[in-house]
Design a protein around this ligand. Sequence first.
Ligand code: ZN
Length: 416
Amino acid sequence: MINYSIFTTIYTMKYVIIGIIIVSGLFLASRFIFFDKNDLDSNLQHVNEAKAEPLDREVVVEIESGRTFSDITEEVGIGGTLMHEILTASEEVYDLVKVRVGREMKFYFDKETDEFKQLIYPVDTEEELYITVQEDASILAERKTIEYEIRVKTVGGSIESSLYESAVEQGIDIRAIIDLADVFAWTVDFGMGIRQGDTYSFIFEERYRNGEYIMPGQIIAARFVNDGKNIEGYYFNEGEDEEGLVVDGYFDLNGDSLQKIFLKNPVSFKYISSNFTTGRRYVEAFNVSTGHRAIDYAAAAGTPIRAVGDGQVTSAGWNSSGYGNRVSVRHNSLYSTNYAHMSKIYVKYGQQVQQGDVIGAVGSTGFSTGPHLHFEMVKSGTKINPLTVDLPSDKAVSEDRLGEFQEYIKQWQVQL
Ligand SMILES: [Zn+2]
């Protein structure tokens, strides 16, 4: 019996041991499989504890009109010697004498010693200037690319009175609308060419920083139905050419550039955007029967006038037969353009100009009843209607990338 009881004891113990192994195994497994929420919470708590340490002192200065860099540094308690060291260190990278009104300059002072440690200043929308006092007390100045968080957005609408008003109604960032107008600047005249019922849709990148919307970025794809005509544009980057220049731009469905040798309008949409509606407020369009062979763009005095194409200035000055201050640009052996009634002329006879260069300002000089730009396009000595001329594209997607381009745009085309 003893033997039997020993046997049963051993037999029972065997099950107890197996039981212990199974239970502890399950327990261990649970630690791995069921990731414990309490563990996460305690980890977070550690992070929070670490963050609770005192931070460097931050001073944010908004640059006001008339304030120089030395005024600002004095205000935040940086002495003259250090200020000069900062200026010298940043010389090669950014000229701090040129700080812009309205931007913010951030200063950081060490949490223990309260000594100046770092300065951050936005150079533009793409880069920030960092000035840092290093461990050996030397000053390092560098530009860093701003890393935005990108979100893709699709918007659109139809035009009742103006593109600007439609955008405001739709709650679209007006800066994105100005970019959209730039995409179509060669194909649509956003002054005279807009018709009631025109529609648009476009896909663009929105730039965020720390979860906050900052500004619109690249327009990826856009469609504009202008007077029943469908125009599409897709951004495509072909990479760098042999000279290291980025080859990119907006191309239509066939891969032809939207960029043409002439802009459709000598006044940028960004200046006419809020004032002008579907052509109604324009002074006078091209009309052979009345003899007005020009387009009159009404715009506030002082509005910048841009050259519609590359060329050479063949006259710039006063014209006594009614044009007032006038500039003429010869584009090639066939085409030239004239810009009249200007309040100011910014170019000289013989000067080379590029497409989009500002050559003068809108005025009312000569025979004129109010501020407007009288714009003429001349082909082989005859004044032609710039709204109806159809000109060839500047460039196209290279042949070996065309297949790739057409494949790429499919995804965007369905979203427009
Ligand atoms: Zn006129």
